[in-house]
Design a binder for this molecule. Structure first.
Ligand code: ADP
Ligand code: MG
Length: 260
């Protein structure tokens, strides 16, 4: 279980609610014979910002992909915003409407403009009038500092700009939880900061965030909790200061010595 409570050192606007946003109880998953997730227990409260790190292949992506059912689990329970994820497609849709996800490789629709990328789901999933959807899209594109790119296509933008579009696109759905899967690891160094700045802004506004990232500066700055995974298990978790200065497990120490 989590040892620290970073909440005491954070500004009031970053306070965490008692309400549970995401709960994973004894979650196990197999890919065929391969036991990829082992007894994952994770409770994320509304307003919390979780960073997940760990070696490649440790199950970080699979864990967060289970939260919006991009992957299914075979054992245990996952509850998102009060809805338990089962085979019930209606519930899966409901959860996906509330959970935004940003991937390493942006996953924008290449044949749609930036504006159309942002309005597609609000129009088709939320049944929002086009004009309203465009207003909201321009609001978030302004917020990620690229309103002037609205009528271009993804291929005309830099990686950092495309990733900011991906974040804006998620925000247009007004998600309750945002999942990030190594959002900066495909970016050139000079573009990493512009994406992290947007993520820090979101965190400061109280967004519930679960971020797989090895950006430890980001973790120090905004995370309530850092979780270390290895071989499909949560090995250790703590508030950032303690996590970085006083890791308990050998595997965590080894990992930190390799990335810091
Ligand atoms: P991480 O994000 O920590 O690098 P992943 O969650 O992507 O790790 O993968 C965990 C393990 O599961 C890896 O060994 C990977 O090869 C395997 N894996 C991931 N996706 C699949 C899949 N669709 N089918 C089979 N094995 C998979
Ligand atoms: Mg991954």
């Amino acid at each position: 279980a989590a040892k620290g409570d970073a909440g005491t050192t954070r500004p009031t606007k970053m306070q965490v609610s008692d309400e549970v946003a995401v709960q994973m109880v004894d979650v196990n998953k197999w890919f065929g014979e391969f036991h990829v997730l082992r007894d994952i227990n994770l409770t994320v409260h509304r307003g919390e910002r979780i960073v997940i790190c760990g070696p490649s292949g440790s199950g970080k992506s699979t864990t967060i992909r289970c939260i919006n059912r991009l992957e299914d689990h075979q054992k245990g329970k996952i509850v998102v915003d009060g809805i338990e994820l089962t085979d019930d497609l209606k519930k899966i849709d409901e959860v996906r409407r509330e959970v935004g996800m940003v991937f390493q490789h942006f996953n924008l629709f290449p044949h749609l403009t930036i504006l159309e990328n942002c309005t597609l789901a609000p129009i088709w999933v939320r049944k929002m009038p086009k004009k309203k959807a465009e207003e909201i899209a321009m609001h978030y594109l302004t917020r990620v500092k690229i309103p002037e790119q609205a009528n271009k296509y993804p291929g005309q933008l830099s990686g950092g700009q495309q990733q900011r579009v991906a974040i804006a696109r998620s925000l247009c759905m007004n998600p309750k939880v945002m999942l990030f899967d190594e959002p900066t690891s495909a970016l050139d160094p000079e573009m990493i900061k512009e994406v992290l700045d947007v993520m820090v802004g979101l965190a400061e506004e109280g967004m519930t965030m679960i971020c797989v990232t090895h950006e430890m500066g980001f973790a120090r700055q905004v995370a309530n909790r850092v979780i270390f995974m290895d071989a499909g298990q949560i090995v250790e978790q703590n508030e950032p200061h303690a996590f970085f200065t006083d890791p308990q497990h050998e595997r965590t120490k080894l990992f930190l010595s390799q990335i810091l």
